[in-house]
Design a binder for this molecule. Structure first.
Ligand SMILES: [Zn+2]
Length: 174
């Protein structure tokens, strides 16, 4: 069966005059392929003419905006709760210190100062003990131990300088 020109007419959606329409209808009666094509074409045209209901886009955008607003509100609430809980925790942790500062700033300063003074005193005591030890020790310690110590110290220094030079050279890529 020859499907032309009916196939072209259907595919190109050509405007037909009455005589052509009659011929097409006669062909469609006897041709299943072209009547199927025509049915598909008809379905496509109908689908193309179906548009979204009026205001669909507006309603969609409104709903989207509403969702966003709700999300933003939830986020703000979560942030506020988090801030409150964190500041509450911080306040609870710092409360004893704050209270002591507010109640007796002088006492606190005094205790800090006495702590500092104590630290300074112990440093001085250590230093004093060290100097005394250094002054007294040579008398007790035999000379050869000092020699060994000096020798060891020198060797250690040389090794340290040597390894430092090597590492520097490695670092420089030589
Ligand atoms: Zn046909």
């Amino acid at each position: 069966m020859d499907h032309q020109p009916f196939e072209d007419w259907l595919l190109n959606a050509e405007t037909l005059d009455p005589r052509q329409r009659e011929e097409l209808n006669a062909h469609l009666q006897g041709c299943r392929a072209c009547s199927a094509l025509s049915a598909v074409d008809h379905a496509l045209q109908t689908a193309r003419q179906v548009e979204p209901r009026r205001g669909f886009v507006n309603r969609f955008q409104l709903r989207l905006a509403g969702n966003k607003q709700g999300l933003r509100r939830r986020n703000a609430l979560g942030f506020a709760l988090l801030t409150l809980s964190i500041s509450g925790l911080l306040t609870a942790a710092a409360l004893p210190l704050l209270r002591s500062v507010v109640q007796s700033p002088v006492d606190l300063a005094a205790s800090w100062l006495s702590g500092l003074a104590g630290l300074w005193a112990s440093i001085q005591a250590l230093f004093h003990a060290g100097t005394v030890l250094l002054r007294v020790a040579p008398g007790f310690v035999p000379v050869y131990i000092w020699a060994i110590l000096l020798f060891g110290l020198t060797g250690w220094s040389v090794a340290w300088v040597y390894s430092l030079m090597r590492y520097t050279r490695i670092a420089q890529g030589a």
